[in-house]
Design a protein around this ligand. Structure first.
Ligand SMILES: [Zn+2]
Ligand SMILES: [Zn+2]
Length: 271
């Protein structure tokens, strides 16, 4: 078994990967001792890419098992790990370790989640220090390390100190995506469920096309004027499409690279 050929996360895979990761960690330690930065960085890269593959496979399985919130947090984890790896790797590595594939598929899966409101906390930070050298970062007095870059197999991050909580606001495009304010029971996951009824493997190729589809306004007669407009504009129905004969709503089409059963889920309203 090769580390970048993983497609599931069973006992056999877990045992193999645990052993392989500890070998890599040892190899990295030796490289640091020998002042061999290239090898240390290569070990970090391989370890992070394995973590990314494993986290993505878990997220895929959780969506299949209808554990949407857990999967959502794992998809965000994937996004973060992939950005760290991308900043420190060649195109070739990103391709053969599936980092490119996972980055793309994570975006597509996030786009068909029904979550749209998030809590966004605001903090004030007293001061920051560099994780590599411990230097206290000031606007005109930084160390030589660059945030997000690798040094002997360690990622440079800034640690934040003396944090105090300021406020919390509700936003639609949050910095951190895990703070979803919806209850999953109140949402419609039929688009994700439909996709998962067809896609068997986390690494199967599929694509997504966003269009709009027009429906007779009568279909939305249950929508009150002060409710959000069915067209997903974010405005209230009375300020948007109320009074129109037809309403165009976002429509998603999946493209698979093999023939699939032709059962498309019915539109459900209210969403
Ligand atoms: Zn530093
Ligand atoms: Zn509208």
């Amino acid at each position: 078994m090769k580390e970048f050929e993983l497609v599931s996360w069973g006992e056999k895979e877990q045992e193999y990967i645990k052993k392989y990761l500890s070998e890599l960690a040892e190899q990295k330690n030796n490289a640091v001792l020998n002042r061999d930065e290239d090898t240390a960085d290569a070990c970090w890269r391989a370890m992070e890419a394995i973590e990314l593959n494993v986290t993505y496979i878990k997220a895929f399985q959780n969506i299949k098992d209808q554990k949407f919130r857990e999967a959502w947090c794992e998809l965000e984890q994937c996004e973060i790990i992939a950005s760290f790896i991308s900043n420190n790797s060649s195109e070739d590595f990103l391709l053969h370790s599936r980092v490119s594939f996972i980055s793309e598929v994570v975006k597509k899966l996030q786009s068909i989640y029904p979550y749209c409101v998030f809590a966004s906390p605001e903090f004030t930070v007293g001061y920051q220090t560099c994780s590599i050298c411990g230097h206290k970062i000031r606007p005109r007095n930084r160390c030589s390390h660059v945030k997000g870059k690798l040094y002997y197999g360690e990622l440079c991050v800034y640690h934040q100190h003396d944090i105090s909580f300021k406020s919390i606001s509700l936003v639609s495009n949050p910095v951190q995506k895990y703070s979803v304010v919806h209850k999953d029971e109140t949402l419609d996951f039929s688009v994700l469920n439909y996709l998962m009824s067809i896609v068997d493997s986390p690494f199967e190729l599929w694509d997504i096309e966003w269009t709009t589809k027009v429906y007779p306004a009568a279909q939305f007669s249950s929508c009150a004027p002060d409710q959000k407009c069915p067209c997903h504009s974010g405005s209230s129905f009375s300020d948007c499409c109320l009074g129109k004969d037809e309403i165009a709503i976002p429509h998603v089409e999946f493209v698979f690279n093999r023939p699939v059963p032709n059962e498309i889920p019915d539109n459900i309203f209210p969403y």
